[in-house]
Design a protein around this ligand. Structure first.
Ligand code: CUA
Length: 343
């Protein structure tokens, strides 16, 4: 299995905590840790990410060893100079350079290259054939997510069953983006007029943050997404719910919100399945109330943030395609109530 060979070089969690402290001291700490409170390639939760982490630790230990040797030799040279000075040229200077300057680096680099190639080969195919496919289309600056077998589209939040490989088909509607979930998989670019195929698998349930990893314009850093890995029953329930058309408004205020949404600019850009809103410019809002975050991870999905986003999203994410909506306070409250109810 892929996982076994990649754990060769990885230290235990307690050792990693110690190293995290050292790395923080050297300014590299943001990428090293054990808790899953942030995205990190060093806390892998799937076989593909395990490979990447294994390679990272191999390179880390080689760098530590090389640094230790260099520091020891510099120290030795400094101490040696304190002795009586002689003008005698040290014997074996040329072979010293050939061995430590050419032969040893060549062996180390060839070894690392071979490990890298074997990792790339292991990452090319999932451990077993995926049961279903998720299609992701990059937009400036959000992620369109399609489940072709179930026949629905969502945005910025991908649900998958734990322990099952999932096939990914990636493309873009505009510029190049890069799909990256550090704890689950290496990066894969989304290219115009081309579909890149890859896969990912989560070994443990949880919510994993993904991030666009290719500079794609003003809001590149606000182009995040979430991967929610959950047990099969919960995933099936989510799939069934997302496949249904939008929920009917539960209150009078929400009903008014639906009318506002259907009769204003919202309906020309967004889809709410089962209503008059069937635009395809912005994210599908059929089940927007079920998502944890809005605006591709930029803000939490609560009443205040949603109202601010609808009325003027340019203050949150300048440059995005949605213009400010000149709604009356009552209409804004109604639209927010309706959208919140779309679970
Ligand atoms: Cu999309 Cu950076």
């Amino acid at each position: 299995m892929v996982r076994d060979s990649s754990e060769r070089f990885r230290p235990s969690c307690s050792h990693r905590r110690l190293l995290t402290g050292l790395l923080i001291a050297t300014g590299l700490g943001a990428t090293a840790g054990c808790a899953r409170s942030f995205q990190s390639t060093l806390t892998p939760a799937g076989p593909a990410a395990e490979r990447v982490a294994g390679l990272w630790w191999l390179l880390f230990w080689i760098a530590v060893a090389v640094s230790a040797v260099v520091v020891a030799m510099v120290g030795w040279a400094v101490l040696r100079r304190r002795g009586p000075r002689t003008r005698v040229r040290p014997a074996g200077g040329r072979s010293f350079v050939l061995v430590l300057g050419v032969a040893v680096p060549a062996v180390v680099l060839t070894f690392v290259y071979a490990v890298g190639l074997s990792d790339m080969r292991a990452l090319a195919e999932p451990p077993r054939p995926p049961e279903f496919t998720v299609e992701v289309v990059g937009h400036m600056w959000w992620w369109e997510v399609r489940y072709p077998d179930a026949g629905f589209t969502t945005a910025n939040e991908i649900h998958i069953p734990v322990g099952e490989p999932v096939a990914l088909r990636l493309t873009t509607d505009d510029v190049i983006h890069s799909f990256w979930v550090p704890e689950l998989m290496p990066k894969m670019d989304l290219l115009p007029e081309r579909v890149n195929e890859t896969w990912f698998l989560a070994d443990e349930p949880g919510t994993y943050r993904g991030q666009c990893a290719e500079y794609c314009g003003l809001q590149h850093s606000h182009m995040a997404f979430q991967v929610v890995a959950e047990p099969r029953e919960r995933f099936d329930a989510w799939l069934a719910k997302q496949s249904r058309p939008a929920q009917e408004p539960a209150t009078e205020l929400a009903a008014r919100g639906r009318t506002v949404l259907e009769t204003t600019a919202c309906a020309t850009c967004h889809t709410v399945a089962g209503t008059g809103a069937d635009g395809d410019v912005g994210p599908d809002l059929t089940h927007v109330g079920s998502r944890e975050r809005l605006a591709a991870g930029a803000i939490p999905n609560d009443v205040g943030h949603l109202a601010g986003w609808v009325s003027n999203s340019q203050t949150v994410k300048p440059g995005n395609l949605m213009p400010p909506q000149p709604l009356s306070p009552e209409d804004l409250r109604a639209v927010v109530a309706y959208l919140q109810g779309l679970e």
